[in-house]
Design a protein around this ligand. Sequence first.
Ligand SMILES: Nc1nc2c(c(=O)[nH]1)N[C@H]1C(S)=C(S)[C@@H](COP(=O)(O)O)O[C@H]1N2
Ligand SMILES: [Mo]
Length: 324
Amino acid sequence: MLIKILPDQIAIPASSEITPQNIYLSRRQFIGGLAAGAIAGSTLGLPNHAFAQRKGSSKLTGVVNAAFSSTEKRTPYEDATSYNNFYEFGTDKSDPAKTAGSLIVKPWTVTVDGEVNKPVTLDLDGLLKLAPLEERIYRLRCVEGWSMVIPWIGYSLSALIKKVEPTGNAKYVQFITLADAKQMPGLSSDVLNWPYTEGLRIDEANHPLTLLTMGMYGEVLPNQNGAPVRIIVPWKYGFKSAKSIVAIRFIKTQPKTAWNSYAAREYGFYSNVNPQVPHPRWSQATERRIGEDGIFTAKRKTILFNGYNDVAGLYSGMDLQKFY
Ligand SMILES: Nc1nc2c(c(=O)[nH]1)N[C@H]1C(S)=C(S)[C@@H](COP(=O)(O)O)O[C@H]1N2
Ligand SMILES: [Mo]
């Protein structure tokens, strides 16, 4: 039987006038490939608001940012909300959907501090009003070898970064998430060091693709997907996209992160999606798309930076085998 692997179709933003020539050229080639893919994609893709609102959830919409959106078929809502990694609510994929009902998302505040001139603590309303909300359909690729295509609602983290005015010492941004054993049954296990933390270099955090995320599929984030606020960094493995953030800290030195502390040899600080750098225990060359699994479903080829070539300039001159 001949199994055809569909091409992955990722739209990339046209940005950055300061892109080095070689990267600019590869981006042009990428856009060339995209135009052909977009035609095939239009028959597969669903209109942007094809998902009806679920009972009991609150609507949250944003203006569709087509330039930043994949044209691939979206993962069904039911899959995106029942197959989750959120270890604070258990290590089984099906655990968070069952147990995250105990997460209290209101009131909620996010403290933004450290190497900034204007530290601030914002409640969810303050966060939602900080910048216009957008809908962006991003691919998320888990280091375990699966991926999803999800319409997220939020805005570029850079809008918040601008507001707090980082000092010249702010070289990294750390994300600290909620760790409350009363709300989170998974904290009784010491599988990770709590709280779950993540980090980005300041230029990665400022890249327009980095999305401060408050919703998905036209609604506020379900608890199991990281309510009420998380980060989405689409060119990195999913674990960089920390859920249920309570603090964002600007710091001088590269922070310790949850998975890097667990096993530094297996999970680097950068964790850019890279099919050529295998995890020490398995390949990263292919992925399966959640929601379309079947015994005859072909795996997809994983693409460098998850297809978001636009970020390549952040890593020019770096050895991606070393900085995995
Ligand atoms: N706080 C917290 N954030 C987290 C995790 C976690 O266990 N705790 N898991 C990560 C991993 S491994 C992945 S793949 C994504 C999954 O996001 P999703 O369930 O919304 O698809 O969340 C990331 N963010
Ligand atoms: Mo993951």
